[in-house]
Design a protein around this ligand. Structure first.
Ligand code: PLP
Length: 427
């Protein structure tokens, strides 16, 4: 599959049936796997032979789907997880321990911010949050001797900032650490961060990859490019024997291409069990088969709506990285030539009250906290997810009280524009 285009990988990647085998990826709904001798199974436990023994660690359905996403991102190894949150946690915790430090873009998903700033802080890992638009010097200044990784989102949810991936990758590599990119909003159809220097890519597959609001899930892809052994002293977990796993040194045994995912599976998945069910993986794969077709339409619809909103007298501002007037247009063109994402945010003149009235008048676009679904949905953060904040706190968090976030679905865009136009006329 390596030499095929992204569309072909979406449809056929990850799974090639043999003669007479199922055309569709089979759902292996089994917790356990049978072996003839204890010795056969012992080899699996020692990671001497590859195979399956317990679905908390690995399952063939999940592995086929992970292999597809791996091909789509151009990586060397990948794993599925129970959610995007689990993927972000595993990606960082696989290389950062208590006493370590991570540099992260400040413009990230709220759930990830909470995971980093509150929960992982309790585990003894400190984060420095940097403005994604900072200079090279400002970025360098955020590093410490105990920094183990850099984290950012290709297109941030919900701020829609576009990350200068090369700037962040160069900084990470100057300091001997990997760059982890959450590529949820762009998907590998629109951006493949590994091509721009990212070392690890994460996803909430709950969003566009599934795309039908049907299954929560996550994924981690390793580029196989980061040389752990060259930075041995920073990454003892990968470069010295794991006494909890028969004294294996992951970076020696599995090399650059396999060490990260093997460790995350053998150690973190074993201990935390944040596994994706084979049933969910099957549903995710159905989404992946049409991802390239859907992303094109999500982006077309979003651009049409962003252009309509920009010209509407009742709209104060529009934020969509595909608009020529957008601050991130040039960066978006560099990293995402074919399109960005399907989420648009905008401010309604008249603030909070006007935004609430607008939302209540929409007929097609439902009020939901979800994004990246085939069905259009919208959210007014100030009256829902961020309702505990006052006006100033909302501004500081980048979600002013007039902000409406619209996740543009796959409906006909003229119907959507009519719906929006009608709701605006009621204000
Ligand atoms: C939703 C989301 C997550 C968290 O994913 P879940 O599957 O909800 O756990 C992480 N990152 C981004 C960018 C998201 O949009």
């Amino acid at each position: 599959m390596k030499n095929y285009k992204i569309e072909t990988k979406c449809v056929q990647g990850g799974y090639t049936p043999g003669n007479g085998e199922p055309r569709q990826i089979p759902i292996i709904q089994s917790t356990t796997f049978k072996y003839a001798t204890g010795e056969d199974m012992g080899k699996l436990f020692d990671l001497e032979a590859s195979g399956y023994f317990y679905s908390r660690l690995q399952n063939p359905t999940c592995d086929s789907v992970a292999a597809k996403i791996c091909e789509m991102e151009g990586g060397s190894a990948a794993m599925l997880l129970s959610s995007g949150q689990a993927a972000s946690f595993f990606a960082v915790f696989n290389i950062a321990n208590a006493g370590d430090h991570v540099v992260s873009s400040a413009s990230i998903y709220g759930g990830t911010y909470n995971l980093f700033a509150v929960t992982m802080k309790k585990m003894g890992i400190e984060f420095t949050f940097v403005n994604p638009d900072c200079t090279k010097e400002e970025l360098d200044a955020a590093f410490r001797p105990n920094t183990k990784a850099v984290f950012g989102e290709t297109i941030a949810n919900p701020a829609l900032t576009v990350l200068d991936i090369e700037k962040f990758a160069d900084a990470a590599h100057r300091h001997g650490v990997p760059l982890i990119i959450d590529n949820t909003f762009a998907t590998p159809v629109n951006c493949r961060p590994i091509e721009f220097g990212a070392d690890i890519v994460t996803h909430s597959t709950t969003k566009y990859m599934d795309g039908h609001g049907a299954a929560v899930g996550g994924c981690i892809v390793d580029s196989g490019k980061f040389d752990w052994m060259a930075n041995k002293e920073k990454f003892p977990g990968l470069c010295t024997p794991d006494e909890s796993y028969h004294g294996i040194t992951y970076a020696e045994k599995f090399g650059k291409e396999g060490a990260f995912i093997y460790k995350a599976t053998a150690q973190l998945m074993r201990d935390f069990g944040s596994t994706q069910s084979p049933q969910s993986a099957f549903i995710l794969n159905l989404g992946l088969e049409s991802l390239h077709v859907r992303m094109e339409r999500h982006c077309l619809n979003a651009l049409k709506i962003a252009e309509f909103l920009e010209s509407h007298p009742k709209i104060g501002w529009v934020n969509y990285p595909g608009l020529k007037s957008n601050k991130y247009y040039d960066l978006a063109q560099k990293y995402m030539k074919n399109g960005t994402t399907g989420v648009v945010s905008f401010g309604i003149k008249g603030g909070r009250a006007a935004a609430e009235k607008f939302m209540s008048e929409l007929k097609i676009c439902a009020i939901e906290t979800h994004v990246a679904d085939a069905r259009s949905c919208c959210l007014h953060p100030a009256s829902t997810t961020h309702r505990q904040m006052n006006e100033q706190e909302l501004i500081d968090a980048g979600v002013p009280s007039d902000l409406v976030r619209l996740s543009v679905g796959l409906e006909n865009y003229t119907d959507l524009i009519d719906d929006i136009s009608n709701a605006l006329s009621k204000i």
